[in-house]
Design a protein around this ligand. Structure first.
Ligand code: NAI
Length: 299
């Protein structure tokens, strides 16, 4: 069955280039009306350009419907205005792909506090701003599909990207609570960790990898995760046509009592505490407490 987005209105932030552009083009090709948001700045977030407008032109030339938006995800009022404009023109907003991003890489030792704050502001607060701006509309519509863009750095770490990694894992965390709050309203929220050759990775990707790691080979995951039958609360990795799932798991662990309820007891049982046999994937924070109660009852 083909996945279509007819009569759906989608906002893709940071869609003036790279991955966001690929998502916007494919959504439009499959029938969505697309708001192409992009501030059009440089990779470090400075400056402006009409990047969004160019993608809108591409979509229109291919017969699709799109509008451009040059607002910054860091400005809540601008995101509210963007949503209002989309609703006025097309009657709703059904899909939000939080994709806008910047880099200010440096080892933590050399990273200025402002560079930490700025990167967290664009990725984490920016995604929260856009999501907040569409949230009420999606609740009222009883329909919403939201995708957060994380990164392998956030999930697993990367030297020189403390600011970026903190923001990116924060986005997986945002997904985990919003999927719970949105469930009743048919709002599904997922996280994507892409790997693609874009200007963001041009320094680290060898030339040959650019041919394999195309934004177009990530787009199928993004589109599935915002489609009608999307799952919710998934963390998906995608690059060069390879698709994976990542999980936050919890081991069964051990209960320590008496003389063992000490740092030495933790040290002595470290092997059992970290033994992954029988680990679970909790679907909410409360499940951790439940597993603790279960262990207490076991004696
Ligand atoms: P990109 O630099 O081509 O795209 C990011 C876009 O966001 C740019 O067009 C930029 O102008 C826009 N943007 C930046 N600040 C903005 C703001 N305040 N408001 C609105 N737009 C803003 O890079 P790429 O690779 O396409 O990145 C897309 C997303 O994927 C980012 O969130 C990035 O962190 C993430 N990502 C990319 C990976 C890769 O391998 N390319 C790996 C992991 C994550």
């Amino acid at each position: 069955m083909s996945i279509r987005f007819d009569n759906r209105v989608a906002i893709v932030t940071g869609a003036g280039g790279g991955l966001g552009r690929a998502y916007a083009l494919e959504l439009a090709r499959r029938g969505a009306k697309v708001v192409v948001n992009d501030l059009g700045g440089a990779r470090d977030g400075t400056g402006h350009s009409d990047a969004a407008l160019k993608v809108v032109e591409e979509i229109r030339e291919a017969g699709g419907e799109a509008m451009s938006n040059g607002g910054s995800v860091t400005e809540y009022e601008q995101m509210e205005a963007m949503v209002a404009q989309a609703k006025e023109k097309w009657g709703g907003v059904h899909i939000l792909i939080n994709n806008a991003g910047v880099l200010r890489d440096k080892s933590f030792a050399k990273m200025a506090p402002e560079d930490f704050e700025f990167v967290v502001d664009v990725h984490l607060n920016g995604s929260a701003n856009c999501t907040k701006a569409v949230w009420e509309t999606m609740r009222e519509q009883n329909y919403g599909r939201i995708l957060m863009t994380a990164s392998s750095t956030g999930l697993f770490g990367n030297f020189g990207q403390a600011n970026y990694g903190a923001a990116k894992l924060g986005l997986a965390g945002l997904t985990k609570t919003l999927y719970l709050e949105g469930a009743k309203y048919n709002i599904k929220v997922n996280t994507l960790a892409p790997v693609a050759g874009t200007r963001m990775t041009e320094d680290i990707f060898p030339e040959a990898a650019f041919k394999l790691f195309t934004p177009e080979s990530v787009a199928p995951a993004a589109l599935y995760l915002v489609s009608e039958d999307a799952p919710s609360n998934a963390i998906v990795g995608a690059g060069a046509g390879v698709f994976q799932a990542a999980y936050v798991t919890l081991t069964p662990g051990v209960r320590l009592q008496g003389d063992e309820l000490t740092p030495e007891g933790v040290a002595d049982h470290w092997g059992e505490i970290t033994d992954r046999t029988g680990e679970i994937v909790p679907q909410s924070g409360g499940e951790q407490a439940q597993t603790i109660f279960a262990k207490l009852q076991d004696g």
